[in-house]
Ligand binder design. Sequence first.
Ligand SMILES: O=P(O)(O)OC[C@H]1O[C@H](O[C@H]2O[C@H](CO)[C@@H](O)[C@H](O)[C@H]2O)[C@H](O)[C@@H](O)[C@@H]1O
Length: 386
Amino acid sequence: MDLKSTNGSLVVADPAPITKSRLGAYSGLMPYSQSGQSLVANIATVPRKKPAKLDDVRSNGWLDAMISSSPPRKRVHKDFNAFDIVSDEADVAYQSWMIRYPSALKSFNLDHAKNRKLVMFLDYDGTLSPIVDDPDRAFMSNEMSAAVRSVAKHFPTAIISGRSRDKVYDLVGLTELYYAGSHGMDIMFPARDTVSPNHLNCIKSTDLQGKDVNLFQPASEFLPMINEVYRTFVEITKDIKGAKVENHKFCVSLHYRNVDENSWPLIAQYVHDILKDYPRLRLTHGRKVLEVRPVIDWHKGRAVEFLLESLGFSNSSDVLPIYIGDDRTDEDAFKVLRKGNRGYGILVSTTPKESNAFFSLRDTSEVQDFLESLVRRMAQQDAKGL
Ligand SMILES: O=P(O)(O)OC[C@H]1O[C@H](O[C@H]2O[C@H](CO)[C@@H](O)[C@H](O)[C@H]2O)[C@H](O)[C@@H](O)[C@@H]1O
C-alpha cells in the first residue's frame, strides 16, 4: 500500500500484498514505518492552540465531505406547494436511482442463493437502529431485535460496526451472533471455529458468559496511540458545544452532528493539524462523524473475508454472503462482495448515492421487513422440504 499526502490529508492507495514478517505478524497489516518516529507521538501534553487558519480543510475537501456525509433532515415548509414539488423531484430521482440499485425487498429472492449457504453481515447504526442525535441512545426496536434473532437461527449472522465491540454488543445484546467492532479491527468468534494459520495475531480469550473464544485484533499495537488521540480530541472539543468524542478502542469518533455548522471548519482544522503528528493514523468520514483509525490494510471488507474463512466458508461456491450497511465504511465490504460476484451488498439509503452495493433498502424499517421476509421464505422452503 502506498501513502500519498494531498494537502496534508492521507490517501490510501494500492494495498501491498500481505506477506509474513519475521515477527510473525503480517507485514501488509503493519503500520507504515516512518524512520526515527516512535509509535506514540507523545504530543498529548502539549497544549493546543486554536488553529490560526482554516484553509487546509476547505481545499482538501474535508469540509465538503463533512457537509455531505448524512442526508439533511426533512424540513417542514410553510409553503406546502413548494414542498410537494421538491418531494416529487426527489422521488423521481430516487426511483431512477433504484433502477441501478433495485430494492432488495422486491428483487432479492432465495433463488439467488442456488443451494449456497446464506451468511448475513449487518452494520449497526443507520441499518439496525435509526440515526439519532445522541449516539448513546441509538437503540434497536424490539421488533428489529426479534428479526435479527430469527435470521441468526437460519443463517450465520455477524454484526460489523464502527463502534467498539463491547458497545455494539451492549446495544444488540444477542449472544447468538458474531461481533466485529472498530470497523472490523476487533473480531470475536467461538473457539470451535477455524483459525487460519495466516492469522497469527489471533488470541484465546473468554466472552462475558465465560465461554472460550478467539479474538482477532490486527491493530492491537495502536491502543496507546488511539487512547492518546482520544484524550487530545476530548481536550480540543471541550469548549465546542455539541461535539462528542467516542473511544472505540482501535479508532476514535468525533461527532459534529449537534455542533453549530459555523464551528465545523474549526473542528476539521483541529483534527487535520493533530493528524499531522500521527502519520500512522488516517481519517475517514462517517455520518456527521470524523473517524480516526490506524493506517493498516484492514477494514469491514477484510473482516467479512476473515469471518467467512473462520466459519469454514473460504470456498465461495458454498456460500452467499449478504452485507447490509448504510455508510461509506460499508463500501469496503460491498466492494469485496461485488468482486467476482461473491455476494450481495445492500445499501440502506433514503437518497440516491454511488455505491458498490447491488441492492438497496430505504431505511431501517425496510431492513426489518427484508430480514423478516427472508425468515418467512426460509420457513416455507423448510416446510416444503426443499
Ligand atoms: O459502523 P456503524 O455501526 O454504522 O457505526 C458507525 C458510527 O455510528 C455511530 O454514529 C452514527 O450514529 C449515531 C446514532 O444514530 C449518530 O448520532 C451519528 O451522527 C452517526 O455518525 C457511532 O456513534 C459512531 O462512533 C460509529 O462510528
